[in-house]
Design a protein around this ligand. Sequence first.
Ligand code: ASP
Ligand code: MG
Length: 422
Amino acid sequence: MARLVMKFGGTSVADIDRIRNVARHVKREVDAGHQVAVVVSAMSGITDQLVGWCQAALKKRQLFDAREYDAVIATGEQVTAGLLAITLQDMDINARSWLGWQLPILTSNAHAAARILEVNGAELIRRFNDHKEVAVIAGFQGLHQETARITTLGRGGSDTSAVAVAAAIRADRCYIYTDVDGVYTSDPRVVPRARRLDKIAFEEMLELASLGAKVMQVRSVELGMVHNVRIFVRSSFDRPEDIDPHRNPPGTLICDEEEIVEQQVVTGIAFSRDEAQISVREVADKPGVAAAIFVPLAEANINVDMIVQNVSADGQTTDLTFTVPAADYHRALDVLAKAKGAVGYARLDGATDVAKVSVIGIGMRSHAGVAAQAFHALAERAVNIRAITTSEIKFSLLIDAAYTELAVRTLHSLYGLDQATS
Ligand code: ASP
Ligand code: MG
């Protein structure tokens, strides 16, 4: 007997037929004697629709009350939790739904981006033991205890609910059922030879998720790492009847690096085209200049990523180049224009037709020269590198957006990630 969390995303519960398919996946585990807590997302498209209604309700104001926004957008998950409980009962499985406030799942007060503080799993465990009851939990939502208001965890937050529940009930495994059958070495739409990873370490997954791989919410991976919850990403579109209980199903295990015996140097290549580059030209090379540039950007909530400083063309001053999310590009230029007096630069240059390509792998800790190989391979293909950043287990390169595919495929082959052709 094992204790499992099974999380199903929006496309997996998109209509009643799919909810029934989910119920069959749950039944399979229950029939095998396992204790099961299910965490569900809203049916796909519902949360977007709810957000749209909040926006449409405003005529005069710019911003809505985040507490009421949460009261609205948390409802999508309530519907799916109830529907799945009904479907399970219809299959003669003892099941009940749970909303965030009922368990409760306690969170911070940061409406629309709340953090989970505590999950009470005691009642779930009691009911597993005494009544063999399946718990169907609405993902994405929680409760701020002092104000007794409903909170939500940020878009994609049901993943985080699932991992938090898994930690609270000390589950043996947390299954993330989704519309892809695992985590890939790169985006298969861009790299046809990308392959599914059997295992990936928490830290690598954290980088991949932060760099834009949309498989899981970043917070959920962080939480899994902190509580050492083994997470298995797999497809919900498989038919439960076809699953061979004696073999590992297709999917990717996100786990502690200790569990990964044959560690590759590079595990995956991520990329993002949602980047913009800004260069602040000819600033005085003296203390306080970086603060004069980056503090106002931080105050405007603009995330600065790669930063490079080099000598200006005049040889006297310095140029500071950095990247911001493309969506914040114009706002960043405005902020810098206002700070011109305080910074004292000659001019601003910028570009939005840039992309960030990142190479990730825990093996880089113990291997030298991994990035140098990339520089060489890209130079051979005449791909110019505009900026570079490195950390212990990844490096990122900023290049012209037009070369994104070429660069990603080149690096994918270079590090031996290509799937063997059959
Ligand atoms: N329904 C929420 C969203 O669409 C949460 C989730 O699906 O994880 O963002
Ligand atoms: Mg999701």
